[in-house]
Design a protein around this ligand. Structure first.
Ligand code: ATP
Ligand code: MG
Length: 402
């Protein structure tokens, strides 16, 4: 259940030639991993709420990969249950003329997360040691002579490490994820994009061109991981031939990162605590006796009677969390469904499962319009599980070709 064998923190060398892109860890099928995936999403959701409330630390998740490795799908599924106010995705493309007129890190400053926020970098400054290295773009850059004399790429590794260390020391963690797909699997996915009309928009001639530089890219990825992994800013190399496993692993990585940060709801100082009580009294006054039925709304008994409402709420949440963790183990999907509803999340379990299975939203809408909508509420957990299996199998046939 670990991620350590996929982690590179500066000591262990990454050897891309022996890396198994088809690895599925301890699982032999997607079906076995669904429970854990959903649980990870729930934990991530809770931790992010705390991260946001605490406003102490920012986090950047960097995603790098060859085309069609599944970056977009991973990002969509793993981060889809997060509250949008605390998360932002940035897609870095070929630099604009303005961006090119600055140093290579310039365009990333404005994408750094404020404390409590998560930035997702869909591609990043690592492109400058990947595509930039493979095509030797630096040779045609108009820059001072001293930059021409030194080993530009080697300098960039160091500059990136310095940049990430600076960010870590000033309150922002950078976690890097390389989705490692095989050349054959990439070919299968390109073919599927060509064969499936709704995926045609994803195909570009540039993708096929870059494929011709495969070996040079692999060398660049390997060196990148070995040169820029540190304990604070590790690289995770994720086997990406099986989309479901890549998504599961990334959910583990995000979960573990947030668990390590261990954010807490911010404590209240004494002055705020007492002013809250004053506000409360005033509010009740303004409602009058009829407007506020004190008896009915009395909070439950708490172990510490000196607790003020905010703390009570916190305690209640913790209690609920403990209960729900238990429930999750006992009842599986039924509990997850309830939990999602309790958390006022818009996404139903089915939405998540659809995301896992990549069932396109349009198809669902069409089915709904045609009155094919199932009544989920009456299904038993076993039936839901069966239904998920069907979606997954259907999707495997349709999209993975593997
Ligand atoms: P998708 O294809 O799924 O929409 P994408 O991330 O592949 O997503 P594209 O617009 O296809 O988006 O590709 C972005 C391109 O920008 C990539 O080919 C990448 O190598 C290139 N790029 C990003 N940063 C740089 C850079 N600093 N220098 C040169 N090229 C870059
Ligand atoms: Mg692309």
């Amino acid at each position: 259940m670990g991620i350590s064998r996929y982690a590179y923190k500066g000591k262990r060398r990454f050897d891309i030639s022996t890396f198994d892109t088809e690895d599925t860890g301890e699982f032999t099928s997607r079906d076995q991993s669904v429970d854990e995936f959903v649980e990870n999403l729930l934990v991530i959701n809770k931790k992010q709420q705390k991260l946001y409330s605490e406003r102490k630390e920012g986090v950047i998740f960097v995603f790098q990969a060859m085309d069609a490795a599944g970056k977009d799908g991973v990002i969509r599924t793993v981060f889809s249950t997060l509250s949008p106010h605390g998360v932002k995705e940035f897609c870095f493309k070929v630099p604009s003329a303005e961006e090119k007129s600055h140093d290579f890190l310039w365009r990333f400053w404005s994408a750094l997360p404020p404390r409590g926020f998560i930035s997702i970098f869909n591609r990043s400054y690592y492109e400058d040691v990947l595509v930039g290295k493979v095509h030797e773009f630096y040779k045609s850059d108009i820059v001072p002579d001293r930059m021409k004399d030194s080993d530009v790429i080697q300098d960039r590794y160091r500059q990136i490490k310095d940049f990430e260390r600076y960010l870590y020391e000033t309150g922002t963690r950078v976690i890097k994820i390389f989705l490692n797909v095989s050349k054959d699997e990439q070919a299968r996915r390109f073919i599927s994009r060509i064969d499936t009309p709704r995926k045609n928009w994803k195909v570009s001639s540039g993708d096929l061109r870059e494929r011709e530089y495969w070996d040079a890219y692999m060398e660049a990825f390997e060196t990148m991981v070995n040169e820029t992994s540190t304990p604070e800013s590790p690289w995770y190399v994720v086997p990406a031939d099986h989309k479901w496993f890549a998504r599961l692993l990334v959910s583990r990585i995000v979960r573990k990162t947030l668990e390590e940060i261990d954010p807490q709801y911010p404590p209240l100082d004494e002055a705020t605590k007492s002013s809250l009580q004053e506000y409360r009294a005033k509010l009740i006054d303004s409602l009058g006796e009829k407007g506020y039925r004190e008896q009915e709304k009395q909070p439950k008994e708490y172990s510490d009677p000196s607790l003020i409402p905010a703390e009570m709420l916190q305690q209640e949440l913790l209690q609920k969390q403990a209960e729900s963790d238990e429930k999750l183990k006992e009842n599986g999907f039924k509990a997850v469904r309830k939990l999602l509803a309790e958390n006022y999340m818009i996404r139903s379990l089915n939405d998540i499962m659809d995301a896992i299975a990549e069932t396109p939203a349009e198809e669902k809408e069409e089915a709904e319009e045609e009155g094919e909508e199932d009544d989920e509420s009456t299904r038993s957990p076993a039936e839901i599980r069966e239904h998920i299996k069907e979606i997954v199998e259907e999707n495997e046939k349709e999209t993975d070709n593997a």
